[in-house]
Write a protein that binds this ligand. Structure first.
Ligand code: SF4
Length: 121
């Protein structure tokens, strides 16, 4: 038995940082958050958790054999190469306006993030 268990949720500091990153990056790239804000919130929480655990916001929507090695490889550190090169975000965090799931928001209230975190805690 280990004596300490790492938190399932990200720190408030990383959550705030990834929220700000996502909002700024959506505006910069002309992309939008999903019509369902819980999708956006889950991805932001996942990025923030990776930032806490690994020191980098590794994409939370993929399976990795070795997360530390993936962080070093940088390909899937957000914004990943497919997003930077082709605006392809398979997490549905950044959606181009022609995507059927794209909403009209480039900001997400902290209350939406907290609501999703409450279900994950
Ligand atoms: S798919 Fe790319 S841009 Fe989208 S959340 Fe993952 S790393 Fe970020």
């Amino acid at each position: 038995m280990t004596t300490t268990e790492s938190s399932k949720l990200s720190s408030e500091k990383s959550l705030e940082a990834m929220k700000n990153f996502a909002e700024t990056y959506a505006k910069r790239t002309g992309t939008y958050f999903c019509v369902d804000p819980s999708v956006t919130a889950v991805v932001i929480e996942g990025l923030a958790k990776h930032k806490d655990d690994l020191g980098a916001p590794l994409c939370p929507c993929r399976h990795y054999e070795d997360k530390e090695a993936e962080v070093k490889a940088t390909f899937w550190n957000c914004p990943c190469i497919p997003m930077r090169e082709r605006k392809e975000c398979h997490c549905m965090l950044f959606l181009t306006p022609d995507n059927e799931f794209a909403g009209q928001e480039q900001d997400i209230p902290m209350s939406e993030l907290e609501a999703v975190r409450a279900t994950l805690a």
